[in-house]
Design a protein around this ligand. Sequence first.
Ligand SMILES: Nc1ncnc2c1ncn2[C@@H]1O[C@H](COP(=O)(O)OP(=O)(O)OP(=O)(O)O)[C@@H](O)[C@H]1O
Length: 167
Amino acid sequence: MGNAGVLAFYITICCVAFVISKIVVSVLLYRRWQRKHNVIQNSMSGGKMVMFRSEKLQALTSEAFLKKTMKLTNKDIIGSGGYGTVYRLIINDSIAFAVKRVNRGSADRDRGFERELKAMGDIKHRNIVTLHGYCTAPQFNLLIYDLMPNGSLDALLHRMKFIVLPA
Ligand SMILES: Nc1ncnc2c1ncn2[C@@H]1O[C@H](COP(=O)(O)OP(=O)(O)OP(=O)(O)O)[C@@H](O)[C@H]1O
């Protein structure tokens, strides 16, 4: 084998090693992601549900949770914002969630959902409402939050506008 042959051999080895290392890293990262998330294929809505493994969800099976989410009706509505409607979801008469439903159909709404997911997905802070999971389906997307029993800061501030403080 001449010099060119040896060089080609080493380049091939390097390329193969590079590709294999990329595959190994991807598999490890995916496994780590899977350990932290519980993914359910949602046959009822034709979509996918991802629950982050949080203590609050330990007591529930994902399927039971999903079925309840699908049964939300107008009487469960607690508010609505620029991108969707927010529902109250109580499980086993004790665990409360706020489920934001973002109907699909426009690129703007899909972008809004993705933005919120990106912004809230990695944040864990006692002053910021916890995102427990999300669901993506052809007709709608859902974001599953802790329920804040006292409503939003916005509502609180607007109510406070009418309170006259003593001098
Ligand atoms: N986690 C929650 N717990 C209790 N109520 C909530 C929760 N999230 C939202 N809400 C209620 O639903 C309303 C709408 O919330 P949403 O997040 O959709 O919109 P927003 O924050 O008011 O405005 P924007 O669309 O600009 O984000 C809130 O004003 C609040 O009353």
